[in-house]
Design a protein around this ligand. Structure first.
Ligand SMILES: Nc1ncnc2c1ncn2[C@@H]1O[C@H](COP(=O)(O)OP(=O)(O)O)[C@@H](O)[C@H]1O
Ligand SMILES: [Mg+2]
Length: 253
């Protein structure tokens, strides 16, 4: 086996996929005196790093479990004038992660809560922050299951480690006292350590009713609201946007 073949094998073993792919091209460039060895190695390593970074980001975004891939650019701020666009776009800087701040989206269905929470999550994952998206209902189901199987501590430890943890749709389905207690344990563990983002259709004043217990609702809210950005969206549903336009057209006809 000659050294060229051995080199290809080494690159394969070292998982330097891009370098292996680009090697021939750079050998030709060096042979033609178009690149120095240093320049060639620098460019090859740069391309490898870029490839690995893109791969890691793709994996982080996939593993986060977003319901759809939507970014800030896909959001029509003019449709939702109660939103402070600058405040939302500042989330792109991810300062909230450094400051361990929470973000709470409150508003009726269809106003863009999940969209914006997802956009923030994608931005975080794209900057290589571990991110996880889960509905409140699935989260509580998973915590309960772990509890019955005597592995609650491990489950919470797993959820606790994410830099950004998004709990979607708090309040769409009723939460029993066991669910409320489990949710409290997780929120308490994450408190002042990492960012938690929630979306809810229930104003905070109704959380006592939602959790069936004022004390636990207040305990959860206290920890969520302390060091947080609260985004109240009071506009119309984007989902029924076309229905409204259609009925307006109907009226015109
Ligand atoms: N202002 C907006 N601009 C563009 N798309 C929007 C806007 N608001 C909502 N949507 C879209 O409408 C749908 C419902 O929004 P979503 O964020 O899921 O609502 P909810 O507030 O119930 O979580 C999604 O497909 C979302 O991308
Ligand atoms: Mg939603």
């Amino acid at each position: 086996m000659n050294n060229y073949v051995k080199l290809l094998n080494n690159l394969e073993k070292l998982k330097l996929i891009k370098t292996k792919e680009n090697l021939d091209n750079y050998i030709d460039l060096i042979n033609d005196n178009k690149k120095t060895l240093v320049d060639a190695l620098y460019e090859l390593t740069n391309q490898e790093l870029e490839f690995k970074n893109t791969k890691a980001i793709t994996a982080l975004v996939r593993m986060a479990g977003f319901p759809y891939y939507k970014t800030f650019e896909d959001f029509d701020f003019s449709f939702q004038p109660t939103i402070n666009k600058e405040e939302i776009l500042d989330f792109k800087n991810l300062r909230f992660i450094e400051n361990k701040e929470n973000i709470l989206f409150v508003g009726s269905p269809g106003v863009g809560k999940t969209h914006l929470a997802t956009s923030i999550g994608i931005q975080a994952a794209s900057n290589r922050h571990s991110t996880y998206f889960i509905s409140c209902h699935d989260l509580i189901t998973n915590l309960k299951k772990a509890n019955y199987e005597n592995r609650l501590a491990d489950k919470i430890k797993n959820y606790e480690k994410y830099s950004v943890f998004i709990i979607d749709e708090v309040g769409y389905l009723p939460i029993d006292i066991e669910g409320a207690n489990l949710l409290f344990q997780l929120i308490n563990k994450r408190y002042e350590k990492h960012t938690t983002i929630i979306t809810t259709n229930k104003p905070f004043g109704q959380w006592g009713e939602l959790f069936g217990d004022n004390m636990i609702a207040n305990a959860i809210l206290d920890r969520l609201v302390h060091h947080s950005h609260i985004i109240n969206i009071t506009g119309k549903s984007y989902r029924t946007k076309n229905l409204i336009v259609d009925s307006e057209n109907d009226n015109c006809n």
